[in-house]
Write a protein of this length. Structure first.
Lengths: 315, 367
């Protein structure tokens, strides 16, 4: 790594921190302007008890003061505050636990997405206008037009009900979280849609690169087809594909809301939705901030991969 | 001695939805060991497809539909057309190398130059890994890349066009092939660099004895490098012979027009440059008879109906033209005279053909 690269990473990290700060501020100010408060829905509490709760969490103070307290907490102690609904639950450890779950699921989904998406895309391009290409394109179109909750239901039907019935009750696919074998099915459900995107992009990109002069040069040198396709064509074809990997990664991790619900996975997406419904403001702010950081990091990662693939790009 | 490369009645067709394009339609020529042969023609004449056919790199939907490409001077030449996938792979870049028109796009932008040269050797068994590695710098020196040792680690975008073409040549020569096909190697380069690259090719041909097929539309390039010329038009060979003969005494009207359309320093100050009127034929619907007749100022009736064969018009010089064949005209003198285009005196007096002086045919000047 050159000095330039390190400097570049430093700058970008600073920007990410700044973005996170701005995003969290906007969300903080936004949610505190909403009418009502976190406790209005709780019918059994009296007005006096509600007032006491507001006082306990400091929610009765003017918002600039609350904001000041919150920012100080975040900066000095990494403390994102306390959940308003799960009494006594600190948000930082909760978030870290859920992030781990969501990121694990997301990484599995991304692995599926990249391996199968690129594989299918390369195959379709190399075997252009054959049945393999048509099949890959068909699958890509089907996958692309299917919302992920439909995919999820179909997969649950296939793995849970299907395997159970076909094996005569000997095999039962248990959905949930905690065991390694429970990861692939939701990961596929989550990764199928972006996979089809990668398939189509890889195919298009490969088709363009395969017609380039330098690929013809590679053939003319007498290289084996595997070397020509992977070393000469794929590496050049990957550049546009890598570009979409950033948004796809964040999309997969933040977009796991439905999948986490359907598969009962205690991840960030699930927490995000319930916190919004329950007006658990502190969690909403924390999750939003995390998403902002995630987007920044994913884009930074992509930008750092570019120069590895293409020597013409330097920072 | 058997020629190094013998192309026999090669036909490469493109089967498109709306018909067949006969890009190369029955061409026969040969290249001897260590010889330099130029293939000349306009865009679309089939010269590039000829060279790609020899490498079996014809792009889809093109196919070699007929003919033989025999390669190998000693004893048993092999037919390139019939080679298996593995045989053709080992043939490419090892027995015959090819360099392309645009050096700016012909090198892989993401791989180091030295690696790309080395890779050409690792694909074949002629040199071991250590030898391949050791040969990279001397090869780059041989093609006169300054600071060769430091430049191996550079990427193509750090090279100029001329330097990239040198790298391509180094790559092409890395396995010491007996034939190098250069497809318009200087077209994308500026004139001074062109001259350097041609000089380099000429020196390499002399030093290493590598035969060269030079594909170009530029006659000056041919004149400076090649001993023999094949002139192609619309997928056919229209004239073939030694460069000095063809330049001094072009026989086919197309060759003659090409030479007349070249600006010359020694031409009379007021003589106009000749242009070949019309366009190259649409290859999916070529004209009947001689393919050149719509643009030919010497055509006779027979040209519209029947395609002339490639006939001997001088010692080791061949051309495909009815006007050059005495008996063709003798048999139909009235028809020829009645042709819609006024026929220049020359075509009526075929006996003069061989004594014709430098490219000035009578008739052309008046036209």
């Amino acid at each position: 790594m050159t000095r330039g690269t390190l400097l570049y990473i430093g700058q970008r990290t600073l920007l990410i921190v700044l973005t996170a700060f701005i995003v969290s501020s906007i969300v903080f100010i936004g949610v505190h302007q909403l009418p009502g408060n976190a406790f209005v829905g709780e019918r059994r509490t009296s007005a006096a008890a509600q007032q006491a709760l507001l006082n306990y969490y400091g929610l009765d103070k003017p918002w600039p003061q609350q904001y000041g307290t919150w920012v100080t907490g975040v900066i000095t102690r990494g403390d994102l505050g306390e959940s308003l609904k799960q009494r006594g639950q600190k948000i930082t450890p909760l978030l870290l636990r859920e992030v781990r779950v969501s990121v694990t699921l997301g990484l599995f989904a991304m692995a599926f997405c990249i391996i199968f998406g690129m594989g299918l895309g390369i195959l379709a391009a190399v075997k252009q206008n054959t049945w393999i290409d048509y099949l890959a394109s068909f699958l890509a179109t089907v996958g692309y037009s299917m919302p992920n909750f439909v995919t999820a239901f179909l997969l649950i039907l296939l793995t849970v009900t299907g395997f159970y019935a076909w094996s005569g009750g000997a095999f039962y696919e248990d959905i949930g979280w905690g065991k390694l074998e429970q990861i692939p099915v939701p990961a596929i459900a989550l990764g199928l849609l972006p996979m089809t995107l990668i398939t189509r992009l890889t195919r298009a990109s490969m088709l363009e690169v395969i017609r380039q002069d330098y690929v013809r040069t590679a053939w003319a040198k007498g290289l084996r087809s595997r070397v020509v396709i992977i070393r000469h064509a794929l590496r050049n074809a990957l550049i546009p594909v890598i570009t979409v990997l950033g948004p796809i990664t964040t999309g997969v991790i933040t977009g796991s809301v439905v999948i986490e619900y359907l598969f009962g996975i205690p991840g960030l997406g699930k927490e995000f939705v319930s916190s919004i419904f329950q007006r658990d403001y502190n969690i909403v702010i924390a999750v939003f901030t995390f998403y902002a950081v995630l987007v920044g990091l994913a884009n930074l990662a992509v930008d750092l991969v570019y120069p590895i693939l293409d020597p013409r790009i330097r920072y | 001695m058997a020629p190094l490369l013998q192309v026999e009645d090669l036909k490469t067709y493109f089967h498109l939805r709306d018909g067949v394009v006969k890009a190369v339609d029955g061409i026969t020529f040969h290249v001897d060991k260590g010889e330099t042969v130029g293939i000349v023609g306009e865009s679309g004449s089939g010269k590039s497809i000829t060279s790609l056919s020899i490498m079996r790199l014809v792009p889809e939907p093109g196919r070699i539909v007929h003919g033989r490409i025999l390669f190998g001077a000693d004893g048993q030449p092999k037919d390139v057309v019939k080679m298996t996938d593995e045989e053709i792979r080992d043939f490419r870049g090892s027995d015959v190398s090819m360099i392309f028109q645009d050096p700016m796009t012909s090198l892989n932008p993401v791989l180091k130059v030295g690696f790309q040269v080395r890779e050409a050797m690792s694909a074949h068994d002629r040199f071991s890994d250590e030898q391949s590695k050791a040969r990279v710098v001397p090869l780059l020196k041989k093609v006169r890349i300054p600071g060769a040792a430091d430049r191996t680690k550079a990427y193509p975008h750090q090279f100029s066009g001329g330097m990239r073409q040198r790298v391509m040549i180094a790559m092409g020569l890395s396995n010491e092939p007996s034939l190098l096909i250069a497809d318009e190697p200087t077209t994308a380069l500026d004139v001074t660099v062109q001259a350097q690259i041609l000089e380099l090719l000429r020196d390499l041909n002399r030093e290493m004895g590598t035969a060269i097929i030079l594909i170009t539309h530029n006659l000056a390039v041919v004149a400076s490098l090649c001993t023999r010329v094949v002139v192609m038009y619309a997928g056919r060979i229209v004239e073939e012979g030694y460069t000095r003969d063809i330049f001094k005494n072009p026989q086919h009207p197309y060759t003659w027009s090409l030479l007349r359309s070249m600006p010359r320093l020694d031409a009379a100050r007021h003589s106009k440059l000749l242009t070949i009127s019309g366009l190259p034929p649409d290859m999916s619907n070529p004209p009947p008879g001689c393919k050149f007749h719509p643009r030919c100022r010497f055509r006779v009736d027979r040209c519209l109906e029947e395609e002339p064969p490639l006939g001997e018009v001088g010692p080791n010089q061949y051309a495909r033209c009815w006007v050059l064949m005495q008996n063709a005209l003798v048999t139909q003198p009235e028809k020829a005279a009645a042709a819609e285009v006024p026929i220049p005196p020359l075509s009526a007096e075929p006996a003069q053909i061989d004594q014709r002086p430098d490219p000035d045919r009578p008739g052309a000047v008046k036209a």
